[in-house]
Design a protein around this ligand. Structure first.
Ligand SMILES: CC(C)(COP(=O)(O)OP(=O)(O)OC[C@H]1O[C@@H](n2cnc3c(N)ncnc32)[C@H](O)[C@@H]1OP(=O)(O)O)[C@@H](O)C(=O)NCCC(=O)NCCS
Length: 444
């Protein structure tokens, strides 16, 4: 692997799910089905439904704000927005234009990408290509859907599957080995009939008749897509890994399109891997088409399933038929402003220690006792040598200043020992707080 090569890394992720939950028991009241049937056949327990008036662009814009926050960038840093969706607010203007306006991003281009469930991974590959061609680009890729607006709640075989939501990722150039290492994509239009939304396009414009025949709702041939998905997912992962020069042993996590837990289990068997290697959240969100991979990715980043240096595979497939996958090496996103803040507070506490030591300078009784206690005080030791180990700024600050404070000044005074332990404890809490913060910002 050439670590000097410019690649596109994901530097921040975000997601947004509507508040309203539609669970299987709610569906039991709408169609002839049962929680047991739905869960055993699909792995879905519940899904989210957008509130009245809440649109695909609303969900996409909120996911984008969260991704920008995680990347510590502003909307004006963006140069391109690619929104993958099959449920846009309008045929035109594009959802990317609406999101650009909602974000207040003034320096960006944008367009929508239609590749059904494979859309977000397509957008990620496309974003990577833009960045490789021009490393100054900052690309926002979004997968956003309000599928429930196009779901026929009289068709029990399809209405149990879909949910609403959005996920986003900010991509930038890196040459440190992180980024999109290999990708694959394809389509097979001969399978277009398996999943489609028949009316509302130029082939069958909206009319009273199309509405009466419920042709503005999605139609899904579950069995055919099931077969296609199992084979395609396993083959795609294998081919993309081969292209990247890596093997399955190098992969920490596969983040697949959340289509059906049985499909994921069957694909895992074909790949000869355990289910632990597949991220699965379909039980809570159902199939959210282009939004499913970025929602799962954001969740995996935030709950620590993806760590520094991990290789992950994004893989998706769906209507079209279409498919896409990407092998990505993840890295630790260095959060400089948190580091500065951390450094400031560390110095502040050191200063307090110093003041307390200095004040007590004149109080010289039992200095030997103090020196001895201080030396063995695990609080100070832990704080100085262990926690601060994680941060080079603080390491310097800690091992030099604190050593100086604790072991030299404090050695003269028992009071200081108390103070330094007290402040050390404070610093330990602070260390812990910032370590948790950094862990939450562990971006791909
Ligand atoms: C839809 C899906 C769950 C159906 O599961 P399945 O095991 O293939 O079920 P089948 O379609 O073979 O139907 C089996 C039976 O259950 C019935 N059934 C279908 N939906 C049902 C429901 N919600 N509740 C109870 N029974 C149901 C069928 O009518 C059928 O009955 P029959 O044998 O008397 O005709 C499954 O095929 C699937 O998840 N496919 C992927 C679809 C998808 O998500 N595509 C989107 C893009 S990737």
């Amino acid at each position: 692997m050439n670590s000097k090569k410019t690649r596109a890394a994901i530097v921040g992720t975000g997601s947004c799910l509507p508040d309203r939950v539609l669970n299987n028991h709610d569906l039991e009241k709408m169609v002839e089905t049962s929680d047991e049937w739905i869960f055993t056949r699909t792995g879905i327990r519940e899904r989210r439904v957008a509130a009245e008036g809440q649109t695909t662009s609303d969900l996409g814009a909120e996911a984008a704000r969260r991704a920008l926050k995680a990347a510590e960038l502003t909307p004006d840093d963006l140069t391109l927005i690619i929104t993958a969706t099959i449920t846009p607010d309008f045929v035109f203007p594009s959802t990317s234009c609406l999101i650009q306006n909602k974000l207040g991003a003034h320096n960006t281009g944008g367009f929508d990408l239609s590749a059904a469930c494979a859309g977000f991974v397509y957008a990620t590959i496309m974003g990577a290509r833009f960045i490789e061609a021009d490393p100054t680009q900052t690309v926002l890729v979004i997968g956003a859907e309000t599928l429930t607006r196009f779901t026929d709640y009289t068709d029990r075989s399809s209405c149990i599957l879909f949910g609403d939501g959005a996920g986003a990722a900010v991509m930038r150039a890196t040459s440190d080995g992180r980024g999109v290492m290999a990708s694959e994509y394809g389509v097979d239009g001969s399978g277009g009939e398996f999943m489609k939304l028949p009316a509302g396009g130029s082939a069958l414009p909206a009319s009273a008749e199309t509405v009466a025949k419920r042709l503005h709702y999605m139609q899904v041939n579950g069995r055919e897509t099931f077969r296609f998905a199992v084979v395609k997912m396993a083959d795609l992962v294998t081919e993309t890994l081969e292209k990247s020069g890596l093997t399955m042993d190098d992969v920490a996590l596969i983040v697949p399109h959340q289509v059906n837990s049985r499909i994921l289990t069957a694909a895992a068997e074909r790949l000869n891997i355990s289910m632990d290697k597949l991220y699965c959240n379909i039980d809570r969100f159902g199939n959210t088409s282009a939004a499913s991979v970025p929602i799962a990715l954001d969740e995996a980043v935030r709950n620590g399933r993806i760590k520094t240096g991990d290789v992950i595979v994004l893989v998706a497939f769906g209507g079209g038929l279409s498919w896409s996958s990407a092998v990505i090496r993840c890295g630790f996103f260095i959060n400089y402003s948190s580091l500065l803040l951390y450094s400031f507070w560390s110095h502040f506490f050191c200063f307090l220690c110093f003041v307390s030591c200095f004040c007590c300078w004149f109080c010289c009784f039992s200095w030997f006792n103090c020196c001895f206690c201080c030396w063995f005080c695990c609080c100070c030791w832990f704080n100085c040598c262990f926690c601060c180990w994680f941060c080079c700024c603080c390491w310097f600050n800690c091992c030099l200043c604190r050593w100086f404070c604790c072991c030299w000044f404090c050695s003269f005074c028992f009071c200081c020992w108390f103070y330094s332990c007290f402040f050390s404890l404070g610093r330990s809490f602070l260390n812990f707080f910032f370590l948790v913060l950094s862990a939450n910002r562990n971006q791909t």
